[in-house]
Write a protein that binds this ligand. Structure first.
Ligand SMILES: Cc1cc2nc3c(=O)[nH]c(=O)nc-3n(C[C@H](O)[C@H](O)[C@H](O)COP(=O)(O)O)c2cc1C
Length: 212
């Protein structure tokens, strides 16, 4: 099984609830499934550019403009998308580790998604709709928030974006371990909440190890 881990959190693991979920998840995954091939991408070490006009042209024009030849600038601008797209195409499972910022994903993760959720990378446009160019069967989110709410709450802006984006490219199996209430000043039970999410993350790791 090939697992791609995208981490969108600049904080050290000892201070970050979402990174502690990732530690628990991958600890359990590698313990129960030693054959896992794991690709780790720390977005703060390999920051995605914002999708530029040149990258946009390079990725979309092959599908809409017969005879399109990219310029050297367009080719260069799309290099990050193609490199990350290769990692995505090899993955059976994608794991996203992130804090909730502004009710949704940190901008750096949205920038990564904008790079890879593109034609020629994640899907091929067709009259029947987007045809997946990947083999992803599952997306797992390891999330931490300061307030007490998680996926399914009307205040959550993360999951509608994630469900919409991955649904578009044909992935509907999306699981979440979410440590909410992680503001320790406002929520005296933040450690208990984190522990529950750690256990949920470990269960998700066990689940994917037992799936065919
Ligand atoms: C820029 C910023 C925006 C935030 N926005 C929210 C938010 O909309 N909702 C929320 O519950 N917590 C919000 N928080 C709090 C974080 O989600 C919370 O501290 C979380 O535990 C951070 O995860 P980490 O411990 O893995 O870094 C925000 C924090 C920052 C720095």
């Amino acid at each position: 099984m090939n697992v791609l881990h995208i981490c969108a959190n600049p904080r050290p693991v000892e201070e970050s609830a979402s990174k502690q979920l990732a530690t628990a998840f991958f600890g359990k995954l590698l313990e129960t499934n030693p054959d896992v091939t794991l690709n780790n991408v720390d977005l703060y070490e390999q920051p995605p550019p914002y999708l530029s006009l040149e990258a946009y042209n390079r990725l979309t024009k092959p599908f809409v403009q017969p005879g399109y030849q990219p310029t050297a600038k367009e080719e260069k601008a799309a290099a990050y998308a193609f490199a990350q797209g290769e990692l995505l195409k090899q993955a059976d499972v994608l794991v996203l580790t992130l804090p909730l910022w502004g009710g949704s994903a940190p901008a750096i993760l949205k920038a990564w998604l904008d790079q890879v959720a593109m034609p020629g990378i994640a899907f091929e446009p067709s009259p029947e709709g987007p045809k997946p160019l990947h083999q992803l069967r599952k997306v797992i989110l390891l999330v931490s928030s300061g307030d007490v709410y998680k996926e399914g709450d009307p205040r959550d802006g993360l999951m509608p974006m994630i469900n919409g984006l991955f649904g578009y490219i044909g992935v509907t199996d999306i699981e979440v371990a979410w440590a909410d209430g992680q503001d320790p000043v406002m929520h005296g039970d933040s450690a208990d909440r984190k522990q529950m999410a750690v256990e949920a993350a470990q269960e998700l790791a066990e689940d994917i190890s037992s799936e065919p």
